[in-house]
Design a protein around this ligand. Structure first.
Ligand SMILES: C[S@@+](CC[C@H](N)C(=O)[O-])C[C@H]1O[C@@H](n2cnc3c(N)ncnc32)[C@H](O)[C@@H]1O
Length: 307
C-alpha cells in the first residue's frame, strides 16, 4: 500500500460497506457447513478492527472450525495480544521482514519499527501463543542480506520463520521477476551458516516447505509460490471484509456475497452461490505466471485479499 496513494486522506470504504461481525459469522458458518475447518484472519490489518475479539469469539464457537490463525503486522499487537488470546484465537503469524530497522522501514514505511513489532511478538509469546510464525517476504537487494540474522534470532526457539518469495499480487508493488529471491537461494544462504534438512509437510496443501536445523535448533519454512507454484494443491477460499468471495489470491473479481446477504438471501441460496463458484474454479495464476512472467491483468490488491 504505497504511501503516495494510501496517504492520510485516502478514502477507504465507509464502515457501512464492510461486513459486520454478525455477517462474517453467518458466512463463515456456511463455509464451515461446506467443509471449511481452518480459518485465517488477515487483511489489511486485522488488529485495527475494534470488534475483532468478538469476531474471534464467534468464529471459534462455530461447528466444524478446528483451527483459527491470524496474520498481523504487529503494530497493535502488544496492546491486543491478551484480548485475542482470551477471545479464543488458536495461532498467530507476525510479519517481520528484517531485524534491521532501516531495511524494515524501506519495506513497511516509517510509522512502524522493528522494536514495536518485537514488543508485540514478545507480548504474544508471554500470553501463551506458541509456536508463533514469523513471515518474512524476501526482496532482492532490499532485505536478502538480513535473512540469516532473522533466522539466527529465532533459532533455538519454538517459533518458525517463514521466508516468502516476493509475489506480484495486485498492481501497485512494481514487481519484477528480478526482485524475487528463490526459495532455493534462501535455503542456501541460511544453510551456509546453519545446516538444514528438509522435513515432511504437516498436512496436504501446506504452503511452506519445511526445513529443520540439523543440530535440533528448530525449524524454518520457505514459501516458493513464484518458483514452485502450488496451485494444484490450493484449497483456499478468501472472503474480503467487504464481502467479496475469491478463489485465488491473484483473482481479478470476487463474487459479491454481501448484496444477497443484505437482500435477505436464505442459507440455502448463499450455500448455492458459494458452491457454484467453488465447483467452477480454474484459477492457476502462479503456474501461468512462471511460464510467461507477469501476466497482463488487473488483479485485486493484497490489502483486500490477505497474503
Ligand atoms: C497482506 S499481509 C496482511 C496481514 C497483515 N497486515 C500483515 O502485514 O501481516 C499478509 C502477509 O502477506 C505477505 N505479503 C505481503 N506482500 C507480499 C508480496 N508481495 N509477496 C509475498 N507475500 C507478501 C506478508 O508476509 C504478510 O505476512
Amino acid at each position: 500500500m504505497p504511501a503516495e496513494i494510501f496517504g492520510e486522506s485516502y478514502q477507504f470504504l465507509p464502515n457501512s460497506e464492510l461486513l459486520t461481525v454478525g455477517e462474517m459469522t453467518r458466512l463463515t458458518r456456511l463455509f464451515a457447513q461446506l467443509g471449511v475447518s481452518k480459518l485465517r484472519l488477515t487483511g489489511g490489518e486485522p488488529l485495527i478492527r475494534p470488534d475483532l475479539p468478538q469476531l474471534i469469539h464467534n468464529l471459534a464457537q462455530l461447528p466444524g472450525i478446528e483451527d483459527m490463525a491470524l496474520t498481523t503486522n504487529g503494530y497493535f499487537l502488544e496492546e491486543q495480544a491478551q484480548a485475542i488470546k482470551d477471545a479464543g484465537l488458536f495461532r498467530l503469524t507476525v510479519s517481520l521482514d528484517s531485524l534491521d530497522n532501516e531495511v524494515f522501514q524501506v519495506l513497511n514505511g516509517r510509522k512502524s519499527s522493528v522494536a514495536r513489532v518485537l514488543a508485540g511478538f514478545h507480548k504474544a509469546e508471554a500470553v501463551g501463543f506458541s509456536p508463533i510464525k514469523i513471515n518474512c517476504v524476501v526482496k532482492r537487494g532490499v532485505n536478502d542480506h538480513t535473512i540469516v540474522d532473522l533466522a539466527h534470532y529465532f533459532r533455538g526457539t519454538p517459533h518458525i520463520v517463514r521466508f516468502i518469495e516476493y509475489m506480484d499480487v495486485g498492481n501497485l508493488n512494481g514487481w519484477r521477476m528480478d526482485d524475487v529471491v528463490s526459495g532455493q537461494e534462501i535455503v542456501a544462504l541460511i544453510q551456509a551458516h546453519f545446516p538444514l534438512e528438509p522435513i515432511e509437510p504437516n498436512y496436504f496443501g501446506e504452503v511452506a516447505k519445511r526445513y529443520r536445523y540439523a543440530d535440533g535448533g528448530g525449524e524454518i519454512g520457505v514459501v516458493t509460490s513464484v518458483t514452485q507454484p502450488f496451485c494444484g494443491d490450493c484449497t483456499r477460499a478468501r472472503l474480503s471484509s467487504a464481502g467479496e468471495y475469491y478463489t485465488c489470491l491473484f483473482g481479478t473479481r470476487g463474487l459479491d456475497l454481501k448484496r444477497p446477504l443484505r437482500q435477505g438471501a436464505s442459507d440455502e441460496e448463499l450455500l448455492a452461490l458459494i458452491t457454484g463458484v467453488w465447483q467452477q474454479r480454474t484459477d492457476r495464476y502462479s503456474e501461468l505466471r512462471t511460464s510467461f512472467t507477469r501476466l497482463p491483468r488487473k488483479g485485486a490488491e493484497m490489502y483486500r485479499l490477505g497474503g
